[in-house]
Design a protein around this ligand. Structure first.
Ligand SMILES: Nc1nc2c(c(=O)[nH]1)N[C@H]1C(S)=C(S)[C@@H](COP(=O)(O)O)O[C@H]1N2
Ligand SMILES: [Mo]
Length: 303
């Protein structure tokens, strides 16, 4: 599915639509994906923030996706080259039903939900993004996690022909991430296949990417082709690159600074030149839901 600018729902219309109850007329005018998402039926998820989302333009023009270059504008410029159809995700390791799954199998239209989440990058900027997707738990339940599995490992597509950043040794490709199994099963953790009621823009990780809103953005791995259930903690790309700066857990934590900058505050993208920085919240403001996962752990050690 190719996303054209002309297909894009303007931000303002989108916000008006969300207020619309019984939005069948509005839904008819939308692409299939959007019309089936809860998002546009006027029933926001209790897991969504009520903070105003960033504009579609901000969300799709200020990105980190090093496979397309290290500049914030590179993904919007180069991700168009990426073929996302056909696409399959290999699910394996300690599961009952390993195999090659299509995006439709993992995130069927009738299961899609909207989740409006804050995204806090380790670089100390943030956004609010209205994702469309399914709980990762629903996918893991489908494939049957075996009792010996303790972690989930994710891998991005390796295709240097279409990903110019992969022709350079910026990171150890393919990009890899991991979660502890209880983090992966948490209701806030989703596999997203769209945003703003549209199929996922390529620069945001089409056709399917992880979103873990209480962790720094680098945990939310894009364009996933492999999911493995494993017994040992997997090594994630950023920790592999520089383990003194990037850990496995990467929970948003205003009290644990990056060795080269403070994590106490953040800049909301699009807030304007004169807007002050915001205070960063523990677990990116999701502490009520997730703090218990880390009871008894020293989060300064397990950063
Ligand atoms: N494969 C892959 N996934 C990735 C990245 C990347 O470079 N490659 N960057 C991460 C970082 S640092 C952030 S902040 C988020 C950004 O997501 P967004 O561009 O959709 O806002 O994607 C994460 N997922
Ligand atoms: Mo990030």
């Amino acid at each position: 599915m190719k996303l054209n600018w002309s297909d894009v729902t303007p931000h303002r219309i989108y916000l008006d639509r969300r207020k619309f109850i019984g939005a069948s007329a509005a839904a008819l005018a939308l692409p299939a994906l959007a019309s089936r998402a809860h998002a546009l039926t006027g029933r926001p998820s209790p897991l969504s923030t009520d903070q105003a989302p960033n504009t579609f333009e901000e969300i799709t023009n200020y990105n980190n996706f090093y496979e397309f270059g290290t500049g914030k504008e590179d993904p919007a410029r180069y991700a168009d080259q990426l073929t996302v159809d056909p696409w399959s995700v290999e699910i394996g390791g300690l599961v009952d039903r390993p195999g090659s799954y299509g995006v439709e199998d993992l995130a069927p239209d009738n299961a899609l939900e909207e989740r409006i989440y804050r995204l806090r990058c380790v670089e100390a900027w943030s956004m609010v993004i209205p994702w469309i997707g399914v709980p990762l738990a629903s996918v893991l339940d489908k494939v049957g996690v075996q009792p010996s599995a303790k972690y989930v490992e994710f891998e991005t597509l390796l295709r240097p022909e279409e990903m110019p950043g992969q022709r350079r040794a910026i990171l150890d490709w393919p990009y890899r991430e991991g979660l502890r199994l209880d983090e992966a099963m948490h209701p806030l953790t989703i596999l997203a296949t769209g945003l703003y009621g549209q199929p996922m823009p390529k620069q945001n990780g089409a056709p399917i990417r992880l979103v873990v809103p209480w962790k720094y953005g680098f945990k939310s791995i894009k364009s996933i082709v492999r999911i493995s259930l494993v017994a040992e903690q997997p090594l994630n790309t950023w920790k592999q690159l520089q383990s003194s700066e990037y850990g496995f857990y990467a929970n948003v934590n205003p009290q644990v600074d990056h060795p080269r900058w403070s994590q106490a505050t953040e800049r909301r993208v699009g807030a304007g030149l004169f807007a002050g920085r915001e205070e960063t919240k523990m677990f990116n403001g999701y502490g009520d839901q997730v703090a218990s996962l880390y009871a008894g752990m020293d989060l300064a050690v397990n950063y």
